[in-house]
Write a protein that binds this ligand. Structure first.
Ligand code: NI
Length: 203
């Protein structure tokens, strides 16, 4: 590209950006942005589950601590162990006292296999200065919590009679007042995962 084409390309980008901002501004005065804002605000909600010690936990137990929460199951072959690995690896790069302000919470959608003991054994493999918590529940309790967090999951029985779960792979970040601060996508770049945790812990 010569200078003139570069300049034209830049102006093209500015023009597109301008249209984008205009559209956003316009949408802001209508209902579409408000709808998405209320959808974001409604991630999370009341739940009753059981923690690794067999004690009842509710949404009230999440207040006062920042947390990264995601849903899966202990027998998951890929997404869950990778996510736990990514989160604990990022947490290990935080300052120790920052890492200690964070809870990594694994919510099981597998009410049949994931007893508190089973989940506890599974999670003990992952080491972190951040506290790792695990929640389990009955079929109904899991369904209610997943709905509150807008998490999809579906049991898939295989040919050999064993089963897996398809499930949402995003991690949700919440501050210590319980407000939703954003997501970490599955397989996000390690540097991005770390930065998102840093932002959460600095907020
Ligand atoms: Ni999984």
């Amino acid at each position: 590209m010569n200078l003139k084409t570069i300049r034209m390309a830049l102006w093209g980008a500015v023009a597109v950006f301008g249209v984008g901002v205009g559209a956003l501004y316009f949408a802001g005065s209508g209902s579409s942005l408000k709808t998405s804002a209320s959808q974001i605000a409604s991630i999370g909600g009341p739940f009753t589950m059981t923690d690794l010690a067999g004690e009842t936990v509710t949404e009230a137990d999440l207040k006062g601590r920042k947390h990264a929460i995601f849903f899966g199951f202990a027998s998951c072959p890929d997404v869950c162990p990778i996510t736990l690995q990514e989160l604990t690896a990022a947490a290990s790069q935080l300052d120790k006292n920052q890492a200690e302000d964070l809870d990594i919470i694994f919510v099981s959608v597998d009410h049949e296999r994931d007893t508190p003991e089973y989940l506890s054994n599974y999670l003990s493999v992952f080491e972190s200065d951040s506290r790792i918590r695990g929640f389990t529940g009955t079929k109904e309790q899991v369904a209610k919590m997943a709905k509150a967090y807008r998490v999809y999951y579906k049991k898939v029985t295989q040919d050999d009679g064993d089963y897996l779960y398809d499930h949402s792979a995003s991690t949700f970040l919440f501050d210590d007042k319980g407000s939703f601060e954003g997501t970490i996508a599955f397989n996000e770049k390690p540097s991005v995962v770390l930065q998102k945790l840093k932002n959460l812990l600095a907020s």
